[in-house]
Design a protein around this ligand. Structure first.
Ligand code: ZN
Length: 148
């Protein structure tokens, strides 16, 4: 147990997500909302790209969305996204959230036969790999919602 206590879960990019404190909870991706023009951004911004305003607040984004487009990569991911097995294919996709934002994300699924544009997707926060200190590097992935 003492080992576990020292191990940390670290987001692959600071400020990108809330990491769930237990298996039952779902993490959330964090974006920015402009209070002047109401534009939404992912990842967080300091300045609004739409109106150049600086009146932005951090918002937790929807955990569910629809698969807008996808592809499967058959070559190693670029740092810092390198996986323990760099030659295992991985899915990436654009997820359209209910709030209108379309974001680019890793997918849990790497079989193109199991992915379909328009399908319901939900967010998972999971460990991609461990760093040199044994900390878990956490990434966000979307997975198809199980039906039936
Ligand atoms: Zn704005």
């Amino acid at each position: 147990m003492s080992n576990n206590a020292e191990r940390q879960q670290i987001p692959i990019r600071e400020g990108m997500m809330n990491i769930p404190s237990s298996e039952r909870e779902n993490g959330r991706l964090l974006g920015s909302k402009c209070n002047d023009c109401h534009e939404l951004f992912f990842i967080e911004r300091q300045i609004c790209e739409n109106c150049n305003g600086q009146n932005l607040e951090t918002v937790a984004l929807s955990t569910k969305g629809k698969l807008y487009a996808f592809t499967v990569m058959y070559y190693p991911a670029p740092p810092p996204y390198q996986a323990p097995d760099p030659f295992e294919p991985y899915g990436v996709g654009w997820i359209e959230l209910p709030e209108g934002l379309v974001l680019y994300s890793l997918l849990t699924e790497n079989d193109p036969q199991k992915l379909k544009v328009g399908m319901d997707m939900e967010l998972r926060i999971e460990c991609l790999r461990q760093d040199d200190n044994g900390n878990d590097i956490m990434v966000s992935k979307y997975r198809p919602v199980e039906v039936g």
